[in-house]
Design a protein around this ligand. Structure first.
Ligand SMILES: [Zn+2]
Length: 271
């Protein structure tokens, strides 16, 4: 097997790094006895996704580590971006209703997309962002135009969670797909729970399919692309457990689906 390279700068020297920043632990209620579960489901056209495997691991979900970026990226531009958005995340976790300006909203969006790009690498064969776009993000920090980000507040029983659906979408079941760039999947939805914050990301590289319209996310706020000058966190609606689950569990039905996978990381309820 060839040596794995950093997904962003393409250099060697990968380091195992925490997915969520360490300082998050000061704001979330975690315990050494916490556990988390990884579940992988997959399915073909019109079939229900079947559970492929389930892994139970010790440790809180926010302590999860990935090995896909080099130490230089991780401790360099990635950690700088993380430091810049720290006040925003801390305000959300403390339930302080601050007002963000458009620059802060964009920075926050870039941080979310950076997390999505790292997390999707954990599941080989299901990535959606092509290498060329990872490289552009590294060079310019620009978010690919097929991404949309929605946020709200949440009142579910979990304070951390991650769920990702990836799929192959085309305008017809058997017809041609968009330029797949050598990849198997061209669309995904990614849900994160971070304390009271619920983040939902949608990307579809088939330009004629507008998943965010199909999903009707009117109870969430679209923060990327963001058209206004400011956003007060007070304006975010609280979604209950049922609605959060419903949104996380959604996958495209109106458009033609060729295959899909679900990757779920769930925090255990503390006993
Ligand atoms: Zn790197």
């Amino acid at each position: 097997m060839g040596q794995k390279l950093c997904i962003f700068c393409q250099n060697s020297g990968l380091s195992k790094e925490h997915f969520w920043p360490n300082w998050l632990r000061d704001y979330l209620d975690t315990s050494p006895s916490d556990k988390h579960t990884t579940e992988v489901y997959s399915g073909e056209v019109n079939s229900k996704a079947e559970l492929e495997n389930k892994l139970e691991r010790s440790g809180n979900l926010i302590t999860k580590k990935f090995r896909v970026v080099c130490a230089k990226c991780n401790s360099g531009w990635m950690s700088k971006l993380e430091e810049k958005i720290k006040p925003i995340i801390v305000s959300v976790l403390k339930n302080q209703d601050i007002t963000l300006n458009s620059d802060e909203i964009l920075l926050f969006s870039k941080w979310i997309i950076m997390k999505v790009m790292v997390a999707e690498q954990n599941h080989q064969g299901t990535q959606v962002t092509p290498n060329s776009d990872l490289k552009s993000f590294y060079d310019t920090n620009e978010i690919p135009d097929y991404y949309r980000i929605y946020i709200s507040k949440q009142r579910s029983s979990h304070h951390s969670g991650y769920q990702r659906h990836s799929c192959t979408l085309g305008l017809s079941k058997t017809g041609p797909l968009c330029d797949m760039g050598g990849m198997e999947r061209n669309a995904h939805t990614v849900s994160f729970l971070l304390g009271p914050l619920f983040i939902y990301v949608i990307a579809c590289r088939e330009q004629n399919i507008f998943l965010w319209r199909e999903f009707k996310l009117n109870h969430m706020k679209c923060v990327y692309p963001y058209k206004k000058k400011t956003l007060n966190l007070k304006s975010l609606k609280y979604l209950d457990n049922r609605l959060v689950r419903k949104i996380c569990g959604r996958y495209p039905v109106q458009v033609k689906r060729q295959a899909h996978d679900i990757r779920r990381l769930q925090q255990h309820d503390r006993s």
